[in-house]
Design a protein around this ligand. Sequence first.
Ligand SMILES: *Cc1c(COP(=O)(O)O)cnc(C)c1O
Ligand code: SF4
Length: 342
Amino acid sequence: MITAAPARTPEKAVLPLPADRWQAHWRQAIRDPAELLALLGLGAEDLGVSAQALAQFPLRVPRGFVARMRPADPADPLLRQVLPIDAEMQVVPGFSFDAVGDGDARKATGVIQKYRGRALLVATGSCAIHCRYCFRRHFDYAGENAAKGGWQEAIDAIAADAGIDEVILSGGDPLSLATSKLAELTDALAAIPHLKRLRIHSRLPVVLPERVDDSLVQWLAALPWPVAFVIHANHANEFDASVDTALARLRGTGAQLLNQAVLLRGINDDLDSLAALSERSFAAGVLPYYLHQLDRVQGVAHFEVSDEQALALHAGLMARLSGYLVPKLVREIAGDTSKRPL
Ligand SMILES: *Cc1c(COP(=O)(O)O)cnc(C)c1O
Ligand code: SF4
């Protein structure tokens, strides 16, 4: 049957992007604490939200991550990772601005080398989410990322040192770069004969799983080295079906998936949370790698867990879980030759 064409509705000036375009999800991230709390049915009064902390390190959280928070729960472990609060403004002795010695380990613009064989490339300063505990909240992103220098200085430094066999793409979050940019970088790295492995540290598969799109998967699958892909999840609630899908696609490229978490007071500093994190990670195809003691930077003291409690939690995990589900409990000490086991 032929029907009359329906009356055309006027076209919108800007067409919405298809739902699977990760850049659209990125741009739609929440930046206003009031909006975040309203979405969760929480009032700002009792939460200690701080305009000063917000000004120091802006709020940023993708909507898909917010959807995994429990409504009306001021103690939600995902909310607590992103909400700027008064406690961040306390000046606590022993907490500094460059707690892990990044300034001293700089090898070239955007290249940090602390350990034998591994060069860390600060590929970009951007992140899809701003984690309040982040040791890089004070880092000079604007000047110190390799993308800004057009990669060349970074690539030259890596090419000139035959002792480097692994490049770690880090940041910021390296996957905040367009896949074409990442491909430009790895094409240049592929010409360096002494590289044997590529490692990627990214929180995006967890906080913005839409990032794991076809072009990213194709890029990863075609890389000339074995790839270790380290995700950052601190709590089992960070996983949902969309994250499982993203991780399955990453595994499909042949990458080895690992998780590193930070031990955070009020978020995952209990045995049940840590055990659930390991079990949930493994269910998604990810092996636990590190559980980090917090880096002692200004503004994060309220997240710190004592070494005594950290060791007790780690012993508890060993008594409860299969050995391969127990992450290594470590801390970073400036000047050490590796992460230091507690
Ligand atoms: C943590 C870190 C690494 C990686 O250390 P692994 O123990 O191999 O995971 C490499 N370079 C820098 C600068 C680091 O901070
Ligand atoms: S570098 Fe990692 S921990 Fe820090 S804000 Fe970005 S995603 Fe969060």
